[in-house]
Design a protein around this ligand. Structure first.
Ligand code: SR1
Ligand code: MG
Length: 398
């Protein structure tokens, strides 16, 4: 499938025209390449009248590296199927898929251009009153309905097989759970925090807990997770939220998705104190970020708990005491994975604007050090943090 790349703008336009049902046959179309992600090519095709679509194409390698880092194109089928499954439970929170084309390794989907990339919105201290609730609902609905609590046993195993995603999982296995904890050549470390990084590499209690989290990531086929639920995979504004890019989807631990979101809100929290602006604005935004973490978790746990009691099919799992214990396990996992996201985004390969926007390396080092300390605390203390309020209180102390 190496020759499926669009070779001209006319080809992209023709593809959009024939596979979206959005454009009038007579209207002239334009195209722009808008992908700023690490892995794929993304185009926006639009008409002067306002209609537009997005085309995402997956080539057999990582876009930012080139053919030296090969990657299965099956990821785009996985993304299309995951988006369509998510739409069954949260149609208002994901872009509509108009067409998936296996030969082209491309998806034609709804343009969500009215929303802003969440990472940029958070750096700009945007007001997003619906964010925590909508992210919590997305996680509860998509994760419950693809878990053994809801699915028939045979259907669940069929779905696990459809979503085997080894290339993308391997990226996470390495970038989250290995590189940051050793002096790996892929790491990207601000020299001003070199001693903090060295302390991580020597931190045996931390490495033991990260090994436990990695083993769960490798073996726990709990639900169809999005698998890359960071702020760059979310678009938002004051009226709503859209979640995109589930190409890393596979059957993994539920806490990985919830934790990735919490970790990203906390990365922004760590960055805020060193970003430009009035101290009072920064403090207010940091308080809002912690409220968003609380709202995300409470919405997730509230809705997941309701679904467990109303819709769990297997009577042996539908017990009030099990519900309570299971939600406590999910919180512990989510806090742990939030911790690994904080650490890998600070010293690993893939950095984030929330920290990179701090221009002065010494100032950035303060935010990066806080991110590392928050991450370490969450990984090590996750079993003792009895509820989300206790976790937030500990975050405030660091
Ligand atoms: C080479 S891929 C680096 C990162 O980008 C993706 O969005 C994932 O987060 C991955 O870890
Ligand atoms: Mg992505």
């Amino acid at each position: 499938m190496t020759d499926c790349k669009f070779v001209s703008e006319a080809e992209v336009i023709d593809f959009a025209r024939h596979h979206s049902g959005v454009f009038d046959p007579a209207e002239a179309l334009s195209v722009e390449e808008i992908g700023d992600g690490n892995i794929n090519f993304v185009y926006r095709v639009y008409a002067a009248g306002g209609n537009s679509v997005i085309i995402k194409q997956a080539l057999p390698y990582v876009r930012i590296i080139g053919e030296g880092w090969p990657l299965s194109q099956d990821r785009i089928r996985i993304e299309a199927e995951a988006l369509m499954l998510e739409a069954e439970y949260c149609p208002d929170l994901v872009p509509r898929v108009y067409h998936f084309d296996a030969a082209r390794s491309a998806i034609v989907m709804e343009d969500i251009g009215a929303f802003e990339n969440l990472r940029h919105a958070l750096v700009a201290r945007a007001e997003l009153p619906l964010l925590g609730k909508q992210l919590g609902r997305f996680c509860a609905e998509t994760l419950f309905h693809t878990s053994d609590l809801y699915l028939d046993a045979h259907r669940k195993k069929e779905m696990v097989a459809r979503f085997i995603n080894p290339d993308l999982c391997k990226i996470t296995e390495d970038l989250f759970f290995w590189d940051p904890f050793c002096d790996h050549e892929r790491n990207n470390i601000n020299p001003a925090i070199w001693s903090e990084a060295e302390a991580l590499w020597r931190d045996e209690p931390l490495k033991l807990e990260v090994a436990r989290l990695k083993h769960r990531f490798l073996t726990c086929a709990e639900a169809l997770v999005h698998g890359d639920l960071h702020s760059g995979s979310v678009f938002a504004n004051a009226e709503g939220t859209r979640i995109i890019d589930p190409e890393f989807a596979y059957f993994g631990p539920i806490g990985f998705d919830v934790g990735s979101l919490i970790g990203n809100l906390l990365l922004n929290y760590a960055g805020q104190a060193q970003l430009p602006g009035e101290a009072s604005e920064c403090e207010a935004y940091r308080a809002w970020l912690l409220d968003a973490v609380r709202e995300l978790w409470n919405t997730f746990a509230g809705r997941f708990g309701e679904l467990m009691s109303s819709s769990t099919k297997d009577p042996s799992l539908n017990l009030p005491a099990y519900r309570e214990a299971y939600l406590a396990d999910l919180l512990r996992d989510s806090l742990g994975y939030a911790g690994t996201e904080l650490i890998r985004r600070t010293v690993g390969l893939a950095h984030v604007l929330d920290l990179e926007a701090i221009e002065d390396p010494q100032q950035r080092a303060k935010a990066e050090t806080q991110a590392l300390h928050l991450g370490r605390m969450l990984v090590l203390e996750r079993a003792q943090l009895s509820d989300i309020d206790a976790a937030i209180e500990r975050v405030r102390q660091i």
